[in-house]
Write a new protein. Structure first.
Lengths: 332, 322
């Protein structure tokens, strides 16, 4: 089966900066694909390469089997939901949504009807006569989504679309986007720096750093079995354990990772386990995050709220299930 | 005196005493009543503009409702619309029509020439190039208007550089053919309406470039990308996104180019034919002819035209985005 989007050794350099460096990527049709990474990691440049706003310095990009290098954005059946929505301020909501159809020459009645349907799809029926400036952030986000979807793109690109929304709205939109994608069956490529967002929404996640893909996999893969220290640290801030430490518990001299929720913390009573000191506690609502110091090694543990905790500064013993200790590929 | 910011100033009071004296009292007063300061700052310019400038303008306009006694040459201070009737004489109508047509053409040409320059400056010029752009646009404004016009007279003259250039390019026949045309032609460019037009466009161009550039600067780059993303070709993006969003700037610029052309009396005097423009008509009527009422009536014409122009621009929604 042809990939929806395929990158072969794609690089994009800006002067001496390698924004994207020899990236290989295959996104399946109908997939919800997330590109996750810190700012400046190249994920947005990858998105812009798919949209056609950037051209690769080298390598080849194909969209549904067709070569895309040198093809301008307006000839790609790919639409983008921009980070700050990029709604046209001089057009009302209906004409914003109908814009793509208008430039394709669809008549006024036809395009307004389609735009009205797209607005219902994002649950904004009847908002057509308003100006973008009169809408809230969440509503603008939906208009931007409707404006892209009305063109029935082969691939929908979303550039941190939820970044400007407050927490509650963001959670609602995450669910809506996910169900919308399921219902429409369009390939979604979603760029985010929020690992929670990527894990909860995507079928597969690519973790970017320094213009390269560190790991591609299902959210579970990425979360449970990070391959490198960077992925372990960036995706859900796992504890990264040095080879010497790992050797004591697994017998192998390799970097390891241990999820904060896999660590049990008990008062020091000379029991089995890693001797440590509780540095600080950080109350997060449902859980409490503990900062620990095990003989110079900084660790984090997450325990359910309401757990009886030792005082800050007290000596504690850490225990964990051996099988939760994950060995990483990265060479020691 | 060195201050150790890490030391809490235990002895400092929570509320500092006033600095005392006139200045301290004034500062406190203005802080409590900011409107008072505003009033003090605005009063002198408002008085100057409101009474001295607008007042004398109205004094002039009031003259247009008087008439001149054709035999004695004395002004008859009786309210009448006779002077406005005189405006409708064929010769005077000609002057008005000629000036309005010139102003419209100059404005149109300014838009066409200014847009690419403004677009480049707003979209692509950065750092040093941007400074160079501003310098290039503003520099002509800092030099004398008359010097620029006489420089153009030399450029456009029969022995001037333009004729020489056309000759070198073996295109003299084209220049001669153009000069042979009625209305726009003449003995040389410097004594033709074409010359007047060229100099008008040159002199007013900065007034068009700057507002258009400011308007384009406010158009976020991602709107252009969004338009392209939605399938619009560069031409469609220009028509549907860039042009409408730049329109307030174009209208602002056209108010300058249009009104300045309507009122100018020096450029057509130095470069052009002997046929008059409104500004020249005002100049000669109030000077040599001594017909102040007719000069005043001529002055009203650009004001009324600009009034309609602004009203039309507002109706077109040109100010919505301001």
């Amino acid at each position: 089966m042809t990939s929806a989007v395929s990158f072969q050794k794609v690089s994009r350099h800006f002067g001496s900066v390698r924004a994207v460096d020899a990236v290989d990527l295959d996104i399946a049709p109908g997939e919800f694909f997330a590109m996750l990474g810190p700012s400046g990691s190249g994920k947005t440049t990858c998105l812009r390469l798919i949209a056609g706003f950037e051209q690769p310095t080298s390598g080849s990009i194909s969209i549904f089997g067709e070569r895309a290098e040198g093809v301008p954005p307006y000839r790609r059946n790919v639409n983008t939901v921009f980070q700050d929505y990029a709604l046209f301020p001089h057009l009302n909501v209906l004409d914003n949504v109908a814009y793509g159809l208008m430039v394709k020459g669809v008549g006024k009645a036809g395009r307004h009807k389609a735009a009205e349907e797209a607005l219902s799809l994002v649950r904004l029926p009847g908002y057509g006569t308003r100006r973008p400036g009169q809408l809230s952030g969440g509503q603008r986000q939906r208009v931007a989504l409707a404006r892209a979807l009305v063109n029935q793109p082969k691939v929908l690109l979303l550039d941190e679309p939820l970044g400007a929304l407050d927490l509650k709205l963001r959670e609602n939109m995450q669910e809506e986007l996910k169900s919308l994608q399921k219902a429409l069956g369009i390939t979604f490529v979603f760029v985010t720096h929020d690992q929670g967002e990527a894990l909860s929404m995507a079928d597969r996640v690519a973790v970017f750093n320094d213009g390269r893909i560190m790991q591609i996999g299902t959210p579970e893969d990425i979360y449970q079995r990070p391959r490198t220290r960077f992925v372990a640290d960036f995706v859900g801030s796992s504890n990264v354990l040095p080879p010497d430490f790992v050797q004591r518990y697994s017998g192998q001299h390799r970097w390891g990772s241990l999820r904060p929720e896999s660590i049990r913390v008990s008062r020091a009573a000379g029991g089995e386990g890693v001797a440590a000191r509780l540095v600080s506690t950080n109350y997060l609502g449902a859980t409490t995050r503990l900062a620990l110091d095990a003989d110079g090694l900084k660790l984090h543990a997450v325990v359910p709220a309401g757990t009886a905790l030792p005082a800050e500064g007290e000596a504690v013993v850490l225990t964990f299930n051996r099988e939760h200790l994950h060995l990483m590929d990265e060479p020691a | 005196m060195s201050v150790d910011i890490t030391m809490p100033r235990a002895t400092a009071p929570a509320i500092l005493p006033g600095s005392g004296g006139m200045r301290g009292a004034l500062s406190d007063l203005f802080w409590r009543r900011p409107q008072l300061l505003l009033l003090l700052m605005l009063l002198p310019p408002v008085l100057w503009l409101g009474i001295v400038y607008i007042g004398s303008l109205f004094a002039l306009l009031a003259q247009s409702f008087f008439s001149i006694d054709e035999f004695s040459g004395l002004i008859n201070h009786q309210f009448t619309l006779k002077t406005y009737g005189d405006l409708l004489q064929a010769a005077n109508l000609d002057i008005i029509l000629r000036t309005v047509t010139m102003a419209a053409l100059v404005t149109l040409a300014s838009v066409v020439v200014a847009f690419p320059i403004a677009y480049y400056a707003a979209r692509y010029a950065r750092g040093r190039w941007k400074a160079l752009f501003y310098l290039g646009v503003m520099l002509p404004l800092w030099s004398s208007y008359l010097v620029k016009i006489y420089a153009w007279k030399l450029i456009l003259a029969k022995e001037g550089i333009l004729t020489w250039l056309f000759a070198k390019l073996h295109l003299l026949w084209l220049l001669d053919a153009w000069l042979a045309l009625p209305v726009v032609g003449g003995n040389s460019l410097s004594v033709s309406f074409t010359g007047t037009f060229i100099v008008f466009v040159y002199v007013w161009l900065p007034f068009m470039i700057l507002p258009v550039q400011a308007a384009l600067e406010r158009v976020p780059g991602n709107l252009v990308e969004a338009s392209s993303d939605l399938g619009a070709s560069p031409g469609q993006t220009f028509r549907n996104v860039l042009f409408p969003l730049a329109l307030p700037g174009i209208v602002a610029g056209s108010i300058f180019t249009f009104s300045l052309t309507l009122g100018d009396y020096i450029i057509p005097q130095i470069i052009g034919t002997s046929r008059l423009f409104i500004g020249q008509a005002v100049y000669s009527q109030q000077g040599t002819a001594g017909n102040i009422p007719l000069a005043a009536a001529f002055t009203v014409v650009p004001i009324v035209i600009m009034g309609f122009y602004l009203w039309g621009a507002k109706r077109m929604g040109a100010f919505d985005a301001l």
